[in-house]
Structure formats: C-alpha cells, structure tokens
Write a protein that binds this ligand. Structure first.
Ligand code: C2E
Ligand code: MG
Ligand code: MG
Ligand code: MG
Length: 281
C-alpha cells in the first residue's frame, strides 16, 4: 500500500515535471526566435549624483517585447537564457546595443555620462569576452567606453580568470562595478584586492534601512569601507526622500531608483539627458 501511494506521488510529480520541461522548451524556442527577430530591447535607468543631483550615469536593463505577451521583465527570462547558454548571444547583443545607443547619442551632440551593462557569469568566463567588449566599443572608428556590472559570486567563482580580465577591461578604460553588494558571501579582503571602481549596495538594504537599525548600520559600514578602498558607492532602489537624506548624510556618492526615474526606453533617456534633468532635494 505504501509503495502504491508513493508510486502515485511519483507519477504526479513526474507529470508536473514534464509539463514544466515542455513549458521551458516552448520558452526556449521563443527566446531563440526573440533574438533572431530582434524582440529584445534595452531600457535605461539613470544614476544621480547625490551632491549635485545631476545624472551621473545609467544602467542598461534588458526587456523582451514579446508579440504574444507584451513587455517581459528580465527576471522572467534571464535564468533560462543562462541555463541554455543563450545568454552568451543575448549578452553580446546587449553590449553591442548599448554601445550603439551611446554612439548615436554622442553623434547627436549629447553629453552622455556613461552606460553600465550587466554581465552574466557565463559571459565573463568566455575566453574572448574582453575581445567582444573591445569590438563593441571600437565599432565605427570612434572609441567609446562602457561600464560593466558584475556580482561578487561571479568574480569569486574564478578569481584568477576574473583578475586577468578585469585588469584588461580597465586598461581599455571600462569602469567595473560590483552589483547587488551585500547579498553574497563577501570577503572584504578579496574585494579590497579586486581591480574595481564602484560598489552598488543592493536594494534590499536600502528598502529596510529606515525601519531596521541593523540595515542602516550595514549600509553606513559598506560606504565607509568602500571609501577607504577608494571605491565609489551607488545605492540601488532608492524610492523615498527619507532614504536620500540618510544616504546623503552617510556620504553615499550616487543613487539609482524609482524616486528619480524608473528604467525608461532609449528615446526617453535621451530626452532626460537633453534637457539636463536633475534631482532637486
Ligand atoms: P540589477 O542589475 O540589480 O538591476 C536593478 C533592478 O532594480 C532593475 O530591475 C531595476 O528596474 C530595479 N529597480 C531600480 N530601482 C528600483 C526601485 O526604486 N524600486 C524597485 N522595486 N526596483 C528598482 P530589472 O530591470 O527588472 O532587472 C532585474 C535584474 O535582471 C537586474 O538586476 C540584472 O541582474 C538582470 N538584468 C537586467 N538586464 C540584464 C542584462 O542585460 N544582462 C544580464 N546578464 N542581466 C540583466
Ligand atoms: Mg545591475
Ligand atoms: Mg543591481
Ligand atoms: Mg539588485
């Protein structure tokens, strides 16, 4: 009897599994088509200097304009892109697209403070990753620079390989940020030795900061520590003026969040730059 009920459970589980496999296969095929049909696009979210209020940079964030389902956010498809290795092609496309937007804005006479692109672990581990980046920033004769956002766990998964590549990238003039800082198992001694420029404090700390003294303390410690290492600090997910006041008081350099602007389509980003949009405290 026992065996039978276990068997049933197994069948039930198995059916769900094959359904999800089928769903993922469908999604995988649609993602392949999405790349071929140019259904991906980049939105841009400005970063703001906490002292002057001017736009000090921006982050490129991928979206999928699906013909069936509309605009799909990255957390719904990046994991499958990573599982299937499609992230390599899509990630390459993101680099090229961001560089092309930057080039086109500059050609229109707009001063662009810099674009940061998110990179996946698989992408960084590619033997020719630096060459891909170089290709993107050198296209069309003129030379640009981009910034890259990596997570601690990506870098730590192969420190030697990361160190070599990060040095080469910085020699090309790229800035490197550690994204979602505080969520991984940070080893401060490693961070101190990495050739990086910026630490982005994860939104989860910024959200809880006002109500939880522990998080407030963590944020202020990260800022102090980063400054001692001569790194710039960006606070992610700032959505209230109280947070701005606190971060400003702590000497945080920049902020990014819905309070100033959600991620917006390229044309809107261009508009923000053109009219010199500023954050007024
Ligand atoms: P991330 O790199 O940490 O990007 C920040 C995310 O926080 C973005 O979500 C942004 O829209 C969101 N955000 C910013 N300010 C606020 C705020 O005030 N409130 C709230 N609730 N959210 C805020 P998004 O665009 O959905 O991207 C999610 C994640 O997907 C990114 O996290 C990044 O890890 C990944 N991602 C996005 N684009 C790419 C890409 O081109 N390549 C790779 N490999 N990953 C990407
Ligand atoms: Mg990021
Ligand atoms: Mg982040
Ligand atoms: Mg984050």
């Amino acid at each position: 009897k026992k065996a039978k009920s276990q068997g049933k459970r197994y069948l039930f589980f198995d059916r769900n599994m094959s359904e999800s496999v089928a769903q993922n296969l469908g999604l995988e095929n649609r993602l392949r088509r999405a790349l071929a049909n140019e259904e991906f696009l980049l939105h841009y979210q400005p970063k703001v200097d906490l002292v002057t209020g001017v736009i000090s940079g921006m982050e490129a964030l991928i979206r999928w304009q699906s013909p069936d389902e509309g605009l799909i956010p990255p957390l719904q498809f990046i994991p499958l892109l990573e599982e299937t290795g499609l992230i390599l092609d899509v990630g390459h496309w993101v680099l090229e697209r961001a560089a092309a937007d930057l080039r086109s804005w500059q050609e229109q006479g707009v001063e662009v403070p810099g674009i940061a692109v998110n990179v996946s672990a698989l992408q960084l581990r590619q033997a020719d990753f630096v060459r891909q980046v170089k290709g993107a920033i050198q296209q069309g004769g003129s030379r640009l620079t981009l910034d890259l956002e990596l997570t601690e766990s990506m870098v730590m998964s192969d420190v030697e390989d990361s160190l070599v590549k990060l040095r080469e990238l910085r020699e090309l003039g790229l800035g490197v940020a550690i994204d979602d800082f505080g969520t991984g198992y940070s080893s401060l001694s490693y961070i101190a030795r990495l050739p990086i420029d910026v630490i982005k404090i994860d939104r989860s700390f910024i959200v809880k900061m006002i109500e939880h003294p522990d998080d407030m303390m963590i944020v202020s410690t990260i800022i102090t520590m980063a400054h001692n290492m001569r790194l710039k600090v960006v606070a992610e997910g700032v959505d209230s003026t109280d947070q701005v006041d606190i971060l400003h008081g702590m000497g945080c350099d920049e902020m990014q969040g819905y309070l100033f602007s959600k991620p917006v389509p390229a044309l809107e980003m261009l508009g923000l730059l053109r009219r010199g949009a500023r954050f007024e405290r």
